[in-house]
Design a protein around this ligand. Structure first.
Ligand code: GLC
Ligand code: CA
Length: 559
């Protein structure tokens, strides 16, 4: 193992991400809630994961499902009460599970009392909690910036005749981090939750916290595809994060993971290098961008394994320099893992297992998105009304504005919409997949009759039980966490093969990311025996060669 790696619980832990709205409803209103999670804690524990990341649970009018917070110190009505939260946390602690909450510090809801005050008058004490700017001379918005969820990032407010900034929807005004009082408010919120005993935060759109106060216009090439770069890594960002570290992180045994759109591997150490005293880890988007049009998220495009591996190699290199990575293949903002990176038809079982093997053998903290442990897939919805996400509706408006055809837009959604990953967890083949007794807030994937937790529970060959074996393997073998990583076939178009080494031990992970049987040739195959595989009869090396079946994945180690 590299001398430079310092051990830490947050490097060793396995994270399970829950989108609470879709996990388990407990009161028949069709919306998942905290009590639903409480009722499922034994299941979560049985997965062998150790940390839960919950998408935002704070009070919110739900314009963007909780990413628009109206009170950072209270629980969303749909999800329950503070008492439920306390019970959830106690239940987790009793089972040795840790909790990360989702902090949304870049923007609040327009229904937050800070914003309600701020918009009242130019001299309101809360005015500077947000970015207000007068119109340009011709009356237009202060810049030509395009918002993620709206045509412009500026909304005109009649009351005071000024525009406010919102990188996301008009109901998500950006908080002004230049204002030290705003920063203190957020640090106090963080301490409020850490004092309750949580273990840290996932931090929403972290690189956007500091703005370019010159407010330059974008050139047309920058629109859409380059938004992330334009808004990310602002001039005072590192200063703010260092302050956050001093004020909050340094006082607790906690961790943090920044959502990192627009952060390159070269910049990563500036955020997570230990000497920097900023945040602990981040997750980047480079592989997430491989299969979509850089200028329009809705349009899918083919991705290549060679590129994927090259991205991983560049990010893995930061570990040698004192950094640490996270591994994920999907979350609430992207389609389902197996539909994207695997084959969710003919080889759904095999490819879902392969992807779990990948996640749990990386030199990085693995993040598993709920439902992936049973191989849930994308939806097949051809009707725009089946979707519930503001990104879809804004995307369609922009698409039509540019002269696009609605039917074409809708045809792409089953590949790229965020709602693919937001359908309810499929507990059983019973009514509403066992998710709710009421009417689910969003459609349930029709395939719940055969893809569900119940049917996989007692099946030794199920994706679910494969996943459990993989988490156990990782927990019991330090080599999978800290061992050196080396890609031994970076240019192979179908096979992803890498070694993990620790002292005298060498493990080899070989995975066939294709529908065709194919062979790997490598000196690393000699004298290796099988540890684990995703086929009932696993491939074993024949001298220097290993023949892998479609989507076959094996772990080998030296004798
Ligand atoms: C992040 C969240 C996403 C949300 C956006 C605005 O990207 O993951 O779900 O819509 O920030 O808060
Ligand atoms: Ca409910």
């Amino acid at each position: 193992m590299s001398q430079s790696i310092e051990k830490a619980w947050w490097k060793e832990t396995i994270v399970y991400q829950i989108y609470p709205r879709s996990f388990q409803d407990s009161n028949g209103d069709g919306i998942g809630d905290l009590r639903g999670i409480i009722n499922r804690l034994d299941y979560i524990k049985s997965l062998g994961v150790e940390t839960i990341w919950l998408n935002p649970i704070f009070k919110s009018p739900n314009d963007d499902n909780g990413y628009d917070v109206s009170d950072y110190r209270d629980i969303m009505d749909d999800f329950g009460t503070m008492q439920d939260f306390d019970e959830l946390l106690a239940g987790m602690k009793a089972r040795g599970l840790r909790l990360l909450l989702d902090l949304v510090p870049n923007h609040s809801s327009d229904e937050h009392k800070w914003f309600q005050e701020s918009r009242k008058s130019k001299d309101n004490p809360y005015r500077d909690y947000y970015y207000w700017k007068p119109p340009r001379e011709d009356g237009s918005a202060p810049t030509n910036w395009v918002s993620y969820f709206a045509p412009s990032t500026w909304e005109y407010d009649d009351k005071t005749g000024e525009y406010y900034l919102h990188l996301f929807s008009v109901k998500q005004p950006d908080l002004n981090w230049e204002n030290p009082t705003v920063r203190r408010e957020i640090y106090d919120v963080m301490k409020f939750w850490l004092d309750k005993g949580i273990d840290g935060f996932r931090i929403d759109v972290l690189p956007f916290l500091s703005k370019n106060l010159n407010w330059p216009d974008q050139t047309p090439e920058n629109f859409d595809g380059n938004l992330g770069h334009f808004y990310a890594n602002g001039p005072r960002l590192h200063e703010f994060l260092h302050e956050m570290h001093e004020e909050v992180f340094s006082k607790y045994d906690c961790t943090s993971v920044g959502e990192g759109p627009g952060i390159s591997p070269e910049q990563a150490l500036l955020y997570i290098g230990k000497d920097r005293e900023e945040i602990h880890t981040l997750y980047h988007f480079e592989h997430m961008d491989l299969d979509r049009d850089p200028f329009n998220w809705v349009k899918p495009k083919k991705w290549s394994l060679v590129e994927f591996k090259a991205i991983n190699a560049r990010w893995d290199a930061i570990v040698e320099k004192g950094g640490w990575n996270t591994a994920f293949l999907g979350n609430h903002d992207f389609p389902r893992m197996v539909s994207r990176w695997g084959n969710d038809k003919q080889y759904r079982n095999e490819s879902a297992k392969l992807l779990h093997m990948y996640l749990l053998t990386q030199r990085a903290t693995p993040y598993i998105y709920f439902g992936d442990e049973i191989g849930m897939t994308n939806v097949d919805w051809q009707d725009i009304n089946q979707y519930d996400d503001l990104q879809v509706f804004d995307g369609l408006n922009k698409w039509k504005e540019a002269g696009g055809d609605e039917a074409e837009f809708v045809s792409y959604l089953p590949f790229t919409s965020r709602d693919n990953a937001r359908t309810p967890f499929q507990w059983s083949k019973g009514e509403n997949a066992g998710f709710t007794d009421g009417k689910p807030w969003i459609g349930i994937n029709e395939n719940y009759s055969y893809i569900n937790k119940e049917s996989q529970e007692d099946d030794e060959q199920s994706i679910l039980n494969f996943f459990r074996k993989m988490t156990r393997l990782r927990r019991e073998n330090e080599i999978l966490v800290y061992g050196d990583y080396q890609d031994i076939a970076p240019s192979d178009p179908a096979i992803y093969a890498y070694t993990r080494t620790l002292g005298k031990e060498e493990w080899l992970i070989a995975m066939n990311f294709s529908d065709l049987a194919t062979s790997l040739g490598s000196g690393h195959l000699e004298n290796k025996k099988l540890v684990f595989g995703n086929y009932p009869e696993s491939a074993t090396p024949d001298g220097n060669a290993l023949r892998l079946q479609p989507w076959e994945a094996v772990i080998l180690k030296n004798e």
